[in-house]
Design a protein around this ligand. Structure first.
Ligand code: 5GP
Ligand code: ZN
Length: 148
């Protein structure tokens, strides 16, 4: 597999944006957290509630993970998806998990996209959009409430 050109951050995990989010050195709208996984809102989402679920430990692609951890990652993503769908009143959701440059992986830290979809968007090309930080925080709060 062709990995990302900048796959190993020169400064180590400290220069990985998702490692920085894990360590809270960078802000994000966290919706889920346990000792090994974290879920937070995508900064440039395809829909309201678009969430990224990551292992806290840095690894670039799914192939860098133990199989048991991959299973756990998707268990967490599944749990998060139920809360996301309920919080935004979606009708379905997508899991997207990109590995490698050819797959358009942009951030070199394993993550599962949880993208809620509505019936009205069925078959439509949906563009990414920006939400205000207040909107992001309100969405994150609604998801956290569903998970509580
Ligand atoms: P990929 O293409 O690597 O699967 O997706 C990376 C995702 O990370 C993109 O959807 C992008 O919007 C999101 N992203 C990139 N930088 C940040 C950031 O600093 N914070 C958050 N919350 N999301 C980010
Ligand atoms: Zn990382």
């Amino acid at each position: 597999m062709r990995r990302l050109a900048f796959s190993t951050p020169p400064g180590g995990p400290d220069s990985c944006i998702f490692c920085q989010i894990v360590s809270k050195k960078s802000p994000s709208s966290v919706v889920y957290e346990d000792d090994r996984y974290i879920g937070f809102l995508d900064i440039y989402p395809f829909s309201r509630g678009h969430t990224l679920v990551c292992p806290k430990e840095h690894g670039e692609t799914i192939w860098d993970m133990e199989e048991a951890d991959i299973a756990q990652l998707f268990q967490v993503a599944s749990k998060v998806s139920k809360a996301v769908v309920a919080a935004v009143g979606a009708d379905g959701f997508r899991f997207v998990q990109n590995n490698g440059e050819a797959a358009n992986q942009v951030v070199a830290h394993v993550h599962v996209h949880v993208i809620p979809v509505k019936m009205e968007d069925r078959g439509r090309f949906v563009e990414r959009r920006r939400f205000t930080s207040e909107e992001m925080e309100a969405t994150a709060r609604a998801i956290r409430k569903e998970l509580a």
